[in-house]
Design a protein around this ligand. Structure first.
Ligand code: F6R
Length: 251
């Protein structure tokens, strides 16, 4: 496990963007696992600026997103398909047909989960997976529970996640109650994982996930089992780890 420390959000984003860009330069047809949420926005902006400068091309890349709300049309501004287009895809040279998300409009949960797992398999698995961490330790929408769910699954969102995500909706009642998410197995089978975390409110859960017991009650704790993991954080996100684990070397 590597710890990449940025003095602030911008620097953390740049360090994480470097890892993604190195992957794409070394393997132009990489399969990139992407995340939504606030934390990757700086990283996406950085990748866009490098693309615009001509330093990097995504023309051969394939992407698979972690998750999508059930019931939302890709044209809905709150859908993750819309988010990805608005914040990354429309600015770079990725081919739209090479970008994939779970289909929120497929209400046949079993069929959609199976389709997404088969799609990831048909692409040869994920080369580099970007992850954020929820305030409760969720990764993708794998919420704390009694078991780690292996494959893509349909999740009932917890109250805490609905509350956290309500900032993007007009009212908390508009937040969908279910989401499709890539499962823990697909996530940890990625050849490389980049976890990004920013801000004080992530400091405690990040320390618990990376140094506490491995338990489905803290889904991100499964990342302790992964060798090829880079945790990119800013000073605030790493504050508890820094305080409790003086031996950790930050790059
Ligand atoms: C989003 C996702 C979520 C977020 C997490 C953190 O695709 O998979 O697990 O990464 O909720 O979100 P932010 O970055 O907004 O704190």
């Amino acid at each position: 496990m590597r710890f990449l420390l940025g003095k602030n959000y911008e620097q953390m984003s740049r360090k994480a963007a470097n890892l993604i860009s190195a992957q794409v330069i070394l393997k132009p047809d990489s399969v990139i696992g992407l995340a939504t949420g606030s934390t990757p926005l700086g990283l996406y902006e950085t990748l866009i600026s490098w693309y615009m400068k001509g330093d990097i091309s995504f023309s051969k890349c394939r992407t698979v997103n972690l998750d999508e709300y059930v019931g939302l049309d890709p044209k809905n501004e709150q859908s993750y398909a819309y988010f990805m287009n608005k914040n990354l895809f429309k600015f770079i040279d990725i081919k739209p047909e090479n970008t994939h998300l779970p289909n929120g409009l497929n209400l046949d949960n079993d069929a959609e989960c199976k389709r997404y797992d088969e799609l990831i398999k048909s692409l040869g698995g994920v080369d580099i997976q970007l992850l954020g961490i929820g305030n409760n330790g969720h990764i993708g929408f794998n919420e704390p529970s009694d078991e780690f769910k292996a494959g893509t699954n349909c999740v009932k969102l917890t109250e805490s996640t609905i509350k956290a995500n309500s900032r993007f909706f007009e009212s908390i009642d508009d937040v969908p109650k279910f989401a499709y998410t890539m499962g823990i197995r697909s996530i940890i089978q990625a050849k490389y994982i980049v976890l990004v975390a920013s801000g004080k409110n992530k400091a405690k859960i990040l320390e618990e996930a990376l140094f506490g017991p491995v338990t489905p009650q803290n889904p991100a704790s499964i990342l302790q089992m992964v060798e090829n993991l880079a945790v990119c954080g800013d000073e605030e996100a790493f504050s508890v780890i820094k305080e409790k684990h003086k031996d950790i070397i930050f790059e």
